[in-house]
Write a protein that binds this ligand. Structure first.
Ligand SMILES: [Zn+2]
Length: 108
């Protein structure tokens, strides 16, 4: 099974789900099941988050500009779906891509 390496003890201890829940570099992170020290997602997921956030904002803006009064409900639903997709994509990226690192808060 796919597992991710802990940056502290170099053991493959994190499942994709645990990694996805470990948060960003600004979070406190999640403890490693082996050594108990905190790990979080590295810069790759932070970059990915900012790229998809920009795409999301641009898409919402385009939908907003193009929709007329008669399509208000449809465009609201579409915007809600796009916001949801942004979080799902962010979560999936953290599950399968990027490395685990030490959280900034506990780094010396
Ligand atoms: Zn560890």
């Amino acid at each position: 099974m796919l597992k991710f390496t802990c940056p502290h003890c170099n053991e493959k201890t994190f499942t994709p789900l645990q990694k996805a829940l470990a948060g960003s570099m600004k979070s406190v992170g999640k403890p490693c099941p082996n050594c108990g020290r905190k790990c979080c997602n590295g810069m790759e997921s932070a970059y990915f988050d900012s790229i998809i956030s920009v795409i999301m904002i641009v898409t919402i803006f385009v939908i907003y500009m193009k929709s007329d009064a008669s399509a208000k409900v449809q465009s609201s639903i579409l915007i809600a779906v796009i916001i949801l997709a942004r979080f799902v994509l962010s979560f999936l990226f953290r599950m399968f891509f990027g490395k685990l690192v030490h959280p900034v808060r506990t780094m010396r």
